[in-house]
Ligand binder design. Structure first.
Ligand SMILES: [Zn+2]
Length: 172
């Protein structure tokens, strides 16, 4: 093991804290000819080589921690998911409507349909309550057609047939 490396590590707590230089995200940086991430070096020395394109992630969500017990190997998407669930990574903002649609789940769609079918609530109120631009397409099943819940009947627009139209033309 690399003694110079471990001399920069404070092992007094559960997390082994890198006391050397850190990057803006709080990850330890270490020079051995070229610059490395301290927790990746720790993994390499304690556990072995990191497979290509894989990431060393923190179970403890403590970036300067280099305790191999707190580290695990994951893919880039694990890294993203890890960051998102821990609030470190923010997904790029989407435009309002898409964002709102993304918040919906089939269970929520069902709830909206059931509440509307029960009556006493306006579409507008439901839309506001659930942060949607409109709930009408959800209620008619134009959106979320496979989600459960009672569907609202679409308003039938009366279109006179050809015979009726020609009768009107002839008699107008
Ligand atoms: Zn830790």
């Amino acid at each position: 093991m690399n003694n110079r490396f471990w001399s920069h590590v404070d092992k007094s707590g559960d997390c082994w804290i890198w006391t050397g230089r850190r990057d803006p995200c709080g990850y330890g940086r270490y020079h051995t000819g070229s610059e490395h991430l301290a927790h990746r070096l720790s993994w390499t020395w304690c556990r072995g080589l990191i497979p290509d394109k894989m990431y060393v992630l923190h179970r403890c969500d403590n970036p300067p921690c280099v305790n191999p017990e707190h580290l695990f190997i994951g893919t880039q998407s694990d890294n993203m998911i890890d960051g998102i669930t821990k609030g470190r990574v923010r997904l790029p903002p989407q435009d309002g409507e898409q964002n709102h649609q993304a918040k919906l789940t089939a269970a929520l769609v069902e709830k909206i349909r059931v509440r509307y079918a029960a009556g006493g609530v306006l579409q507008r109120q439901l839309a506001v309550e659930y942060g949607l631009t409109s709930v009408s397409a959800i209620l008619t099943g134009d959106e979320w057609p496979t989600a459960p819940g009672p569907l609202k009947k679409k308003r039938v627009v009366y279109r006179p047939g050809r015979a009726v139209r020609s009768w009107y033309r002839a008699n107008a």
